[in-house]
Design a protein around this ligand. Structure first.
Ligand SMILES: Cc1cc2nc3c(=O)[nH]c(=O)nc-3n(C[C@H](O)[C@H](O)[C@H](O)COP(=O)(O)OP(=O)(O)OC[C@H]3O[C@@H](n4cnc5c(N)ncnc54)[C@H](O)[C@@H]3O)c2cc1C
Length: 382
């Protein structure tokens, strides 16, 4: 139980006046961008709002690759400053999906553990908002049980030959690279012998096939890798490090504000309805949601501080995601229970977007049952 007690003892990272000023800058920018028609606020904008133009605009303002050193095109900002920028973009429902995975997860992973040539190749391009990543973890028969993956990478002259099939790969049809978890050796311990390789999606032998959503939208893919050559420099960490890297990456993936703000634009619209005309019950329902939002925000900020100081808060990140994704779904359910969707057109559209994306909230990045398993194991650990 050590880990959970440690979390309780942690304090919120300090938000400086400079960071407050940054928040106002981002808010002013998104308002201006919305006014000129650069985007329409939507639910689930960090996964569904894919706009290379918008990503490049953010990058020009220094809001992508914020915490990396200038040598790699970064802006040497604090983790709290990045948190504030991300929070404002999510609150606005802005289209940030193009650079999201690269900026949140693959870039930081490469910055910490990548080879020098890989860092120089991708980090400046990510910081310019021009280089996008997909995550190649899940396979047709491996999701929660990730250690059972069957994609293999075998050594060859100057690199690796990779073969296998990845599935549910968000945006692989428009990303440049895929971080692929591969089996590089057979070991008695199945968590050993896994490695993380960066696959250039333009390589020979890569086939990306759409898996359409119920709406017809193309977001998911099946990625088939047939004898794809991956140079040595694209290995992240050491051979056999894959499990450790992927599990520590999950703390980045599970603890950010996107795990409780996917339906924030709907929450704002719900508040708008309450402000214009409401019963005491409707006001109480809104108040209960806002109180939960504040608690989640504090927990998520604490976790971001731990990650920034080199910690690995896997359990705390699991808590953010479990409670956060249930919250974002409850926003949809509460809003539609309290107001009819036949009135305000924006409110109705946001309800529809929330309803259609909600089933994925508690699945993507690890299901809630798996997250509770992680928390339970920490509770019973000696
Ligand atoms: C919107 C979205 C985007 C995604 N994007 C990507 C991506 O870009 N890249 C990628 O690699 N993957 C992606 N995924 C896949 C996602 O990571 C998997 O769906 C998830 O890990 C669950 O795996 P699965 O679908 O195989 O379900 P399964 O693992 O088959 O689980 C099915 C059900 O069984 C339960 N279950 C399984 N094992 C246990 C257990 N031990 N104890 C209790 N219950 C259990 C699960 O909780 C779940 O309810 C995405 C998924 C979604 C919904």
């Amino acid at each position: 139980m050590t880990s959970l007690l440690q979390a309780a003892a942690l304090t919120l990272p300090h938000v400086s006046e400079e960071t407050d000023a940054l928040r106002h800058d981002v808010r002013a920018f998104v308002r201006e961008a919305e006014d000129r028609g650069a985007f329409t606020p939507r639910c689930d904008s960090w996964l569904a709002g894919f706009s290379p133009e918008f990503s490049r605009e953010l990058a020009q303002r220094g809001w992508v690759g914020m915490t990396w050193p200038a040598t790699y095109g970064g802006h040497e900002q604090t983790a709290v400053a990045r948190y504030v920028v991300v929070e404002e973009l999510l609150a606005a429902g802005a289209p940030v999906a193009a650079h999201w995975i690269a900026d949140r997860q693959s870039g930081p992973q490469i910055y910490r553990h990548g080879t020098e040539s890989l860092k120089r190749r991708v980090l400046p391009a990510i910081s310019r908002g021009e280089c996008y990543f997909s995550l190649g973890m899940s396979e047709p028969d491996s999701g929660s049980d990730l250690a059972s993956i069957r994609t293999t990478a075998t050594t060859t002259d100057g690199g690796w030959t990779v073969s296998g099939t990845k599935v549910w790969t968000s945006h692989a049809h428009r990303s440049h690279f895929l971080t692929a978890l591969c089996r590089t050796s057979e070991e008695d311990d199945r968590h050993a012998g896994l490695s993380l390789l960066v696959v250039d999606l333009a390589s020979e032998g890569v086939a990306v096939r759409p898996i359409r959503l119920i709406t017809g939208a193309h977001h998911f893919n099946e990625v088939v890798l047939t004898d794809v050559f991956v140079p040595d420099e694209m290995l992240i960490g050491q051979e056999g490090d894959g499990w450790r890297l992927v599990t520590s990456e999950l703390a980045l993936e599970r603890s950010g504000p996107e795990r409780f703000m996917s339906t924030y634009p709907l929450l704002e619209a719900f508040a708008g309805q309450v402000r214009s005309k409401s019963t005491a019950e409707q006001r109480a329902a809104l108040g209960a949601l806002v109180a939960r939002l504040q608690a989640l925000r504090h927990l998520s900020l604490v976790v971001s501080g731990v990650i920034a100081s080199g910690g690995d808060p896997v359990v705390e990140a699991a808590l953010v995601k479990d409670m956060g994704t249930r919250f974002e779904r409850d926003v949809v359910e509460t809003a539609r229970r309290h107001f009819t969707r036949t009135g305000d057109a924006t409110f109705a559209r946001l309800i529809d977007e929330g309803l259609l994306s909600a089933p994925g909230f508690t699945l993507r990045g690890g299901t809630n049952e798996i997250l509770r398993g992680i928390v339970a194991r920490a509770l019973v650990a000696p």
